[in-house]
Design a protein around this ligand. Sequence first.
Ligand SMILES: [Zn+2]
Length: 371
Amino acid sequence: MSLNKSGSTKISIEIAPGLHQLRTPMNTPGLSFVMPYLFEYSEGLILFDAGYGTKNATSALELELKNLGYKVSDINMFLVSHAHPDHLGMVGWLKEKVPHLNLVMHAREKEWLKDRWFKDNNWEERSNRWLLKHGITQEEIDIDYPTDSKGKIAGSKLNLKWAFDQLKGMLSSQNSDGNWRRSFEMNILPDRTVEDEEILEIGDWRLQAIWTPGHTPGHLCLYDSNNKMMLTGDHVLPKITPNVSLHVEDEATQRSPLAEYIASLKRTAAFGGILGLPAHEYNIENLANRCDFLVHHHQERLEEILVSIGEGAVTAAEISSRVKWNTRSFKEFSIWQKRSALGETLAHLTVLEHDERVSKFEDEFIRWEKN
Ligand SMILES: [Zn+2]
């Protein structure tokens, strides 16, 4: 970190000529910032991921651009690794500042956004009914997330409830009549989608879209073929194991998020020991090694979940309460953390079912049994 001309702390790093790694703050426990990436070319800038739509995050982006001699309106293209609010959240603000902004994401992410947000506008309710089927009780659903004395959320990695509220807040603040869905439709659906392996030739840059489903259905990494580096979004992080969960909408599409994720890890590992540039934490020195580690981690987790089923048929909630979690025990989780943990358990169970190691049957609840 160094001081720039204006005396403020300079936090952007030039990774390669014309490629800058920035930082925007986030108030989520465990993850304190997002790392957007900026590509310079003769006609302006390409931004890959951005951050939440909060005042401190947008101000940070504005300041970092200024330190590099740019304005927000120099951004022509806003590419996102995926549509979570810590990456896409400031899109409303960006579109206000840059009316010509081209929002780009993978085609599958757009479909997922439409399915989750525009289908019936009550994803949370749909998801809650689904949780009950998997053995979570109504009482657990009624408990909101725990907060500390300052109103901050206590606890773990990525707090989905907080993220969800951020997204809703961002959308409603743009639309005084509270019709946040309209604002959402206006801002969050992409202007353009890219397909797997598509190469974006912009100025001298050759940026290849690498579809890496798992963390979300349309997650995208970006391979910079000039510098032989991979921008990994949340697909590969150096320390945290990215969340890979089954959600209510995945049942209709018969998606297996963990099978997708493992295949995506193997695919990115095949790029070799190149530099990985993630959206959180710090740079990944050897991308292939980190991908191999994550594959191995999930293989171990599959065995742990299999053992946790025990004898007889049990719900995913029961299994989730038996496996070990990094932060605290399942029983102490808020409902949003439980949703995320249960989703992870189900992602693993879906792989075990496909491998014919477990069977699923449904009565009042959905239960799992070892074969
Ligand atoms: Zn993220």
